[in-house]
Design a protein around this ligand. Sequence first.
Ligand SMILES: [Fe+2]
Ligand SMILES: [Fe+2]
Length: 226
Amino acid sequence: MTTQSHSELAQLPVGRIAATLPGATAVLRSFKVNYCCHGDVSLAEAARQQGANLTDLAKALCALESSSALSSLSVDTNTLIDHILNRYHDVHRRELSALVELARKVEAVHASHPKAPHGLAQLLHQMRGELELHMKKEELILFPAMRRGLGAHLAVQIVQMRHDHDDHGECLRKLAHLTDDFTPPTDACRSWQALSVGTAKLSEDLMEHIHLENNVLFPRFQAMPR
Ligand SMILES: [Fe+2]
Ligand SMILES: [Fe+2]
């Protein structure tokens, strides 16, 4: 991404900013701007939806080093898919199973605490099931077809994956709500603190995962939705 004025930046699709400006996803997350599920929305609109200050946000993005660091757009498709599988699919599987158990424990031990995260274990269990199904579809059908270069025939599957991602995004909103935005109470035990840290990481990872697929991988095989 070349140097942009604040007003030019405000009109760019937020997914393109996330995909082309190294470090942008962390800035967007800190302003609570959704860059993964609705990447075709302009930065100005995405900021408005979250009530984020557009001037501060544009300033923070412009301040990022537009160094020689390669953006994810320049990575070849096989390498990108390998990265998604190793860094996100495998990690979600491992961490979600542990988080379900941890949430069950915290909910049971602190059932009478006024800030007890009632329903969190059930939500994480649901996310584990839905993600497993979704990732299997990518691993067994979509990604192998992409590796074989069968892009022209994948439009329907990609639309379905984007719908699944929207559902994951809805789960992430519920997750933030149930965990008080990943903030444990001041008297939280070690397990509860670990649960807050673990769910925050899951949320961050899943947003990055969806972003890489929606805004970097899928557009190589399908025009961005209008
Ligand atoms: Fe995936
Ligand atoms: Fe996906």
